[in-house]
Design a binder for this molecule. Structure first.
Ligand code: NAD
Length: 483
């Protein structure tokens, strides 16, 4: 097999060529497994309401029975506390199951639509049909939830799936590979563990849907591979999510919520505030309160606080340490690469061109820049790639609506961080470089479906206008029906 690695210089990410030298196709080792899934899908087994509900129930049982195992695995991978693991890795998924269970019948029901006079008599409706065999590629930062949540959508939609957890969160990946086959239908779902090599092999195969969560560079590789089979993709990517604070904001509550949203999971959250833009008149008060809130939440020695986890690996720790070179670190900055530890860190006034202001930080470092007006803040955000989330803290309703109307972002939250995640009525996803497509609640279901249009006509009342020969009378009469 000539799985020759080549360097994709545009995104500095190694991609693997799909060519083969000895007649064997790259990716062949998984081809038969995917073929088997397709046979199962085509049998119709996964389409019934009862089967979908049984799988959702099995997932619920898995998560309830193995909550302690999940907590232990994410603790080993990221030093995540039991509490954080319980609400961010388990409770969110359980609540998604509860939503899908409660609403599945309604979601599966054909949606009736009206029919035009030109097609009278007829009835029309839209059916949400499962796309088929999906590939779900998970991320490492919430390694259980971000792999399982798309799977819940695939189950609800009636799809089969290959699930590829992130290799960086080794313990969670192994746990997912062990537990899923014990609970859900192994005819319809398989877990394949591995990293770049295995993902690249999977990406050569034809899937009916690819759901990818991760960085922008690999997102491009995924989309490019999907284009070979015209496979639809959902790309849940990241980016630099801005957080704006103006002089009217409740500084104490803003600082408290920003400290929580930024330092939970050590900033390794795709919707964590990446940087803060603060109005000059409240800069000092905000920074002072932010430091106070960090210490209320994590104490003066976060390294020994079990609520404060660790960076996923030393490579990422090293990357984050690099952002601090020649920066004005006004708080924190304690780094222990071997222990994969970085304390909550604040950086003042980095230049807009610096690395820390150009790349997604994805760690516990928060740059703060002072701005002289709210419009300057909006302009700053809009001059950059569209973020996954954008936050504004203000009591000024005019600023709130300017922010909402002028900022392009996947998710916007006024006066809080990340809380839109708990609302199943809101789709979660990015725009532009932060991704495409969304999920959560009914959007988890629809992202694994396609909309099948159905029109039913009867043999009664034949209207001969559309048939040749086209006389001038027919043309005139037709124009009365079709405008
Ligand atoms: P990544 O993009 O490096 O890896 C994600 C997956 O891609 C892994 O399963 C991995 O095996 C696979 N992979 C890695 N390199 C590959 C290659 N060359 N070819 C094929 N597959 C490959 O993950 P990351 O960049 O470290 O994750 C962090 C990023 O993910 C951040 O940008 C973050 O914002 C984003 N993220 C987004 C969401 C979301 O829901 N939108 C959630 C979590 C993380």
């Amino acid at each position: 097999m000539s799985d020759k690695a080549v360097q994709d210089t545009s995104c500095d990410t190694t991609v693997v060529e799909f060519s083969s030298a000895n007649g064997h196709q790259f990716g062949e080792q998984y081809a038969s497994q995917v073929d088997e899934l397709r046979t199962v899908f085509q049998s119709g087994k996964t389409k019934s309401y009862a089967w979908r509900i049984a799988q959702l129930d099995a997932m619920k049982k898995l998560m309830q029975k193995h909550a302690a195992d999940i907590q232990a695995a994410v603790n080993l991978d990221l030093g995540k506390s039991k509490t954080e693991a319980k609400f961010a890795e388990i409770a969110l998924g359980l609540s998604e199951i509860a939503y899908l269970r409660k609403n599945l019948k309604r979601l599966m029901k054909p949606q009736k639509v009206s029919s035009p006079l030109a097609a009278f008599p007829s009835s029309s409706y839209i059916k949400y049909e499962p796309l088929g065999v999906a590939l779900i590629i998970g991320a490492w930062n919430y390694p259980f939830h971000l792999t399982i949540a798309p799977l819940l959508g695939a189950i609800a939609a009636g799809c089969c799936a290959v699930i590829k957890p992130s290799e960086l969160a080794t313990n969670t990946s192994q746990l997912i590979a062990k537990l899923l086959p014990e609970y859900i239908d192994t005819d319809a779902f398989i877990v394949i563990e591995g990293g770049k090599e295995e993902t690249s092999q999977l990406l050569t195969l034809k899937f009916d849907k690819i759901f990818y969560t991760g960085g922008e560079q690999v997102g491009k590789i995924v989309m490019s591979a999907a284009s070979r089979h015209l496979t639809p993709v959902t790309l849940e990517l990241g980016g630099k999510s801005p957080c704006l604070v103006d002089s009217s904001a409740d500084i104490k509550t803003s600082a408290k919520r920003i400290a929580w949203g930024k330092f939970i999971n050590l900033g390794q959250t795709c919707i964590a505030p990446d940087y803060v833009l603060v109005e000059a008149s409240v800069k000092d008060a905000f920074v002072e309160e932010l430091i106070k809130q960090i210490e209320v939440q994590y104490g003066k020695q976060p390294k020994t606080n079990s609520d404060y986890g660790r960076i996923i690996n030393s490579r990422h720790c090293q990357r984050l340490a690099g952002y601090l070179v020649e920066q004005d670190v006004i708080y924190g900055g304690d780094i222990d690469i071997q222990a994969k530890y970085i304390s909550p860190t604040l950086v003042m006034e980095p230049s807009s061109q610096s690395q820390i202001m150009s790349e997604e930080i994805f760690g516990p470092i928060l740059p703060i820049k002072t701005m002289s007006s709210t419009q300057e803040m909006i302009d700053f955000v809009e001059a950059r790639p569209h973020p996954l989330a954008a936050y504004v803290f203000t009591k000024d309703t005019a600023f709130q609506s300017n922010f909402e109307n002028q900022v392009t972002a996947g998710n916007i939250c006024v006066n809080d961080i990340s809380m839109f995640m708990v609302n199943h009525q809101l789709p979660f996803g990015g725009v532009g470089t932060s991704g495409m497509g969304g999920y959560n609640g009914k959007y988890s279901f629809t992202s694994f479906c396609y909309e099948k249009s159905v029109m039913k006509r009867s043999f009664r009342l034949e209207n001969n206008l559309r048939y040749a020969p086209y006389t001038s009378f027919k043309t005139w009469l037709m124009s009365k029906f079709i405008r």
